[in-house]
Design a binder for this molecule. Structure first.
Ligand SMILES: Cc1cc2nc3c(=O)[nH]c(=O)nc-3n(C[C@H](O)[C@H](O)[C@H](O)COP(=O)(O)OP(=O)(O)OC[C@H]3O[C@@H](n4cnc5c(N)ncnc54)[C@H](O)[C@@H]3O)c2cc1C
Length: 126
């Protein structure tokens, strides 16, 4: 049982889990889902190649319609397939109706290279 998900607690939890222990983490602080500055940080991290997949995973887990809409907006304005990939990943990890609607809108309206568009459509069928 780990109390607190700060640097110390998170690393201890990860190391214990890697060794095969069952780990529970108790955190007294706010959830990113309720914290606009944490959301902003996650969105900004989507531009960073090294962090983008984990930021997408975290955003996907929020399952918040406002977040799905923001991802959809960014997807429509994205300038590279790399950027689109992280955003599509976030929508696919968030299986909510709002995320699906954004993904469908993107697939209908098109955007990105033909190869990327085909991938987005395949993602919708799964
Ligand atoms: C503004 C700022 C900038 C910093 N910048 C840097 C930097 O650039 N580089 C660097 O190396 N260090 C930096 N630090 C220091 C670094 O953040 C700390 O050294 C580090 O976070 C300490 O880790 P920790 O796990 O001990 O505690 P914390 O990261 O503080 O984590 C403790 C966690 O426990 C939770 N908690 C507390 N009480 C309870 C309870 N009773 N039940 C459940 N959960 C509880 C808290 O909510 C918190 O999430 C900075 C610190 C601050 C404040």
């Amino acid at each position: 049982m780990i109390i607190g998900s700060g640097f110390g607690g998170s690393v201890a939890a990860l190391r214990a889990a890697e060794k095969g222990y069952r780990v529970a983490v108790l955190e007294a602080g706010r959830l990113a889902a309720n914290d606009p500055s944490a959301r902003r940080f996650l969105f900004e991290s989507l531009a960073d190649r090294g962090v983008a997949p984990s930021a997408a995973a975290a955003l996907g887990r929020l399952g918040d319609p406002a977040v799905s809409e923001e991802i959809g907006r960014r997807l429509g304005a994205a300038r590279s397939d790399e950027e689109r990939r992280a955003l599509v990943l976030a929508l696919r990890l968030d299986a909510s109706p709002a995320a699906r609607a954004e993904l469908e809108r993107f697939a209908r309206e098109g955007g990105g290279s033909p190869a990327f568009q085909a991938k987005a459509l395949r993602g919708l069928e799964q």
